[in-house]
Ligand binder design. Structure first.
Ligand code: FAD
Length: 382
């Protein structure tokens, strides 16, 4: 079988991976020379900790397993089973962490409540003031800036994979074929469109009412820290954004302490992960209203710097890079394990005969892509 994959972000690349693994030929088409979208701009967090129970958690755990296996075969991914610490500073925040450890699926996530001393033992770089942390053993990290290229090199070595960069797919033509902006038509047995947050043009023509929105985030990266940050780190504001932490304790925390005005205005949390070169990737903000700003604004960076310095107990290394990224997120809901409405893991839709659009994994796309692509492959009997 010949599979055409459009879009060389992590979702397209993982579809290519599963097709090649199953013995098929892949033609991979990307409008830029290399991936340029959300997949190279993210934290590289394989983030199990905050996932909603049920399908979302199952997908993240399966993906975590796949990432580890792929990472063993593709060292350039930089897969590291670092786990994460969500640092808590007072009793209200600690209560949210404690409630999380009482979830029925807490053991699957590897949740443990740590006091301040145990937190420092796990991550000696954390010398600031805090009361403890929620440890999530299953969280991991990869290197987003190099991951797609490393996967591409591995796929090229299979002899069944062709990469066509600098070609924008403009049209689905006839059955199972696409035309690019050079006027070339490519025929396959299946076409998978993984075009990320590019929701206009081709995608709008195929699905005018796609239940997916765009979300913009601001990020930064520092010089090397000069010591290992042995785990990923989050602050208690992150409890507010992830479905796994919904609890009476979270409601009490939110009632007792508002976010700072900057954090509230930019819908912020702290997430921090150390890169292979020792630098720290730090974020983030969330912007939902379009048109998005074309510039990055400074207030969120000042806020994050303060939060990080309070946890590290030292000045932040010099910031070397600042950027923004946009991901696509499903807007609909689907029934969760107890019938409650939860966000779908991804939007997967057959848009023409033999042509599927897979998009909208949101802020968990880097985590879940290997498992999302596996589900596509299984569903199509590859
Ligand atoms: C700042 C930021 C931080 C994040 N952090 C995390 C994280 O730590 N963990 C996590 O799990 N998720 C995270 N996410 C979410 C995650 O990055 C995305 O969900 C994921 O990368 C989406 O992958 P994708 O392949 O669908 O899209 P993209 O990576 O955007 O790739 C789409 C590709 O398709 C190409 N393309 C589009 N249209 C065409 C066309 N017509 N023809 C040819 N090519 C086309 C584009 O050029 C692009 O390269 C983050 C996102 C952002 C923005």
């Amino acid at each position: 079988m010949r599979v055409i994959v459009v879009g060389a972000g992590v979702l397209g690349t993982m579809h290519a991976w599963h097709a090649v693994e199953r013995g098929h030929e892949v033609l991979h088409i990307e409008r830029e020379a290399e991936a340029r979208g959300a997949s190279v701009r993210n934290f590289g967090q394989i983030w199990v900790s905050g996932r909603a129970g049920g399908e979302e958690l199952a997908t993240a755990l399966r993906a975590r397993e796949l990432w580890e296996g792929i990472g063993a075969r593709v060292p350039g991914l930089g897969f590291r089973a670092v786990g994460s610490l969500t640092v808590v500073k007072n009793a209200a925040e600690r209560a949210v962490a404690e409630a999380a450890t009482r979830r029925p699926d807490a053991a699957a996530r590897g949740y443990h409540l740590l006091d301040a001393e145990e937190t420092r033992a796990r991550n000696p770089a954390l010398r600031g003031e805090f009361a403890g942390a929620l440890w999530c053993e299953r969280d991991a990290a990869v290197e987003p800036r190099t991951a797609q290229r490393a996967l591409k090199e591995h796929l090229l070595a299979s002899g069944r994979y062709t990469y066509l960069g600098g070609r924008e797919v403009r049209e689905v033509v006839g059955e199972r074929a696409v035309r690019d902006d050079h006027g070339d038509t490519h025929h396959g047995d299946a076409v998978i469109l993984c075009t990320g947050a590019w929701l206009g043009g081709l995608v709008r023509e195929l699905v005018p009412d796609l239940p997916v929105r765009r979300v913009r985030l601001q990020m930064m990266q520092t010089d090397p820290l000069g010591e290992p940050l042995t785990t990923s780190v989050a602050d208690a504001d992150s409890f507010r954004y992830y479905p796994a932490y919904a609890s009476d304790a979270l409601d009490a925390m939110a009632a007792a302490q508002a976010q700072t005005p900057t954090a509230a205005a930019h819908k912020m949390q702290l997430l921090m992960v150390q890169r292979a070169d020792g630098g720290l990737t730090i974020g983030d903000t969330h912007e939902y209203e379009t048109p998005f700003g074309f510039d990055v604004v400074e207030d969120p960076y000042e806020h994050l710097t303060g939060v990080v310095e309070s946890i590290l107990g030292r000045p932040l290394p010099t910031v070397r890079r600042r950027w923004a990224g946009v991901y696509a997120q499903c807007t609909g809901t689907t029934p969760g394990p107890d019938g409650e409405p939860v966000a779908p893991v991804v939007h997967r839709e057959q848009v023409r005969d033999g042509v599927w659009l897979v998009t909208g994994p949101g802020g968990r796309g880097m985590t879940c892509s290997p498992a999302i692509a596996e589900t596509t492959a299984n569903g199509l009997n590859w």
